[in-house]
Each structure stands twice: as C-alpha cells, then as structure tokens.
Ligand binder design. Structure first.
Ligand code: HPA
Length: 245
C-alpha cells in the first residue's frame, strides 16, 4: 500500500476519491490528523497532511514518529512525501520539482528515532543512501511518462524552522553541499528507514533560498503562495501517473 504525505499546499488531494477517514493512535502519540483512505485512478492510497488538515502544526512540532508509525500500522510499505523547498542550486528556480537523493540534517530537538527507552540493544541503522531507490526511480519514470520536467537528484538540507534562513546560513549550506532547503525532510526520511518503509521525497521549489535570485532583498510570502498553487498542480499530476504506471 502506498501512502502520500502532503506538505504545505497539499493538505488534500483533489484527485483522491475518499472512502473513509480514521483517527489512528500510536505508542508515539497522535499523528498530524486522521488517515484519509481512498483511491487515485482506482489505486488505493492513504493520505496524511503533515501539518494537519488546517495547516496548524509547524515543522518542528510535527509528530513524525506517530505519522510514520500509523501509516506502517495500516499496511503501508511505500511512502511518497511531498515537501516545499527553497532553491539554493541556481537551476532550482521556483516552480521546479526535484527528487533529492541525499540529505544533510540541521534539525535538532525532534523525536528522531524509535530507539528510545527500549529494552532492545541499540541498533545503528545504515542511512548512507537516505531515500529508497525503487521509489525514486518510480517517481522519475512517472515524470518521464507524464512529460513532467523535474530534476533527478540533489542534496536536501533539513533545517529546524519555523523561521527562514539568513543569507549567511544559506551560503554556509551551499558550501556544505546542500542544493535545497526545507523544514520537514528530517527526521521523516530517517524514521521511515527505521520502520523499513520505502520512502522518497518530491521537493517542490517555491522560492529562491534567502539572499538568492529574487530573494536577494528578502523572501516574499505572497510570491511563495502563487508558486505553491501552480507547482502542486504538477505534483498531483505526477502522483496520478505514479499510481497508474
Ligand atoms: N527555507 C526553508 N524551508 C523552506 C523554504 C526555505 O526557503 N522554502 C520552503 N520551505
């Protein structure tokens, strides 16, 4: 079963025929909202809005552990996560879709592992390649089939938020090798790995990162809003293709 975790601009899927919703409970607390069960182009999927259906949960307060646990508990084995990002790499201009292949984690103080207070011996999980290659490949193939242009690969720099970055922080992230910056990529990707879920991210570039391009004089929220609407249209199209492939 495939799950889609929607981020900013994707709190619901217009192309999802909803069959039912379920409030899930987990040992890690409550997920961001009820799991939405339905079909896209006849294929069963579960949808979850990462920030809640009213977009009220900020990135650092999302219960990532509960979200992924609840999905796994309901038979999910594959996850597509949709997340807006700021573009650091010059070619990642607003409106671009990107399937990252690496992560740098700058987040802190988040529930970032299921290995807590457990009786079991500590396990160090391999995370050399943080995303599931099978899911990345499926997304790239779907984009190809649907004629959607996207960038295959890039380094996702996950920041704590909820504030945006300073220009100097973005310069540092660029020197580190980050191509895009977002607030929700971690620990989500890692928790999926701990649970053995095949997980990949669709990054939707909605602004130039701080100090770059049109953000040289500051990031304008109105401009982001306009791009979010357009780019999520493409994301829906990509997801439809993914499930029908
Ligand atoms: N910074 C961090 N997170 C983001 C950005 C950004 O510029 N754009 C969308 N999510």
């Amino acid at each position: 079963m495939l799950a889609i975790i929607g981020g900013t601009g994707l709190t619901q899927l217009a192309n999802l025929e909803i069959t039912h919703r379920k409030v899930a409970r987990t040992p890690w607390g409550e997920p961001s909202g009820a799991l939405t069960f339905g079909r896209i182009c006849g294929q069963e999927v579960i949808f979850l809005a990462r920030h809640g259906y009213g977009h009220t949960i900020p990135p650092h307060e999302v219960n990532y552990r509960a979200n992924l646990w609840a999905l796994k508990d309901h038979g999910v084995d594959r996850v597509v996560s949709v997340a807006t990002v700021g573009g650091i790499l010059p070619e990642l201009i607003p409106g671009t879709l990107v399937i990252p292949d690496q992560v740098i984690d700058y987040t802190h103080s988040r529930g970032a592992t299921y290995f807590v207070q457990s009786e079991k011996p500590v396990t160090h999980v391999d995370f050399t390649y943080p995303y599931c290659e099978a899911m990345r490949a499926a997304l790239l193939q779907a984009a190809d089939n649907a004629g959607i242009r996207l960038r295959a690969g890039g380094v996702y720099g996950a920041v704590q938020g909820p504030r945006l970055e300073t220009a100097a922080e973005i310069n540092r992230m660029e020197r580190d090798g980050a191509d895009m910056v977002g607030m929700t990529g971690m620990p989500e990707a890692y928790l999926a790995r701990e649970l053995g879920l095949c997980y990949a991210t669709v990054g939707a570039v909605v602004n130039y990162a701080a100090g770059r391009g049109l953000s040289a004089d500051g990031i304008q929220m109105e401009e982001i809003q306009a791009v979010v609407g357009e780019v999520m249209h493409q994301v829906r199209h990509l997801l439809e293709q993914l499930v029908t492939d």
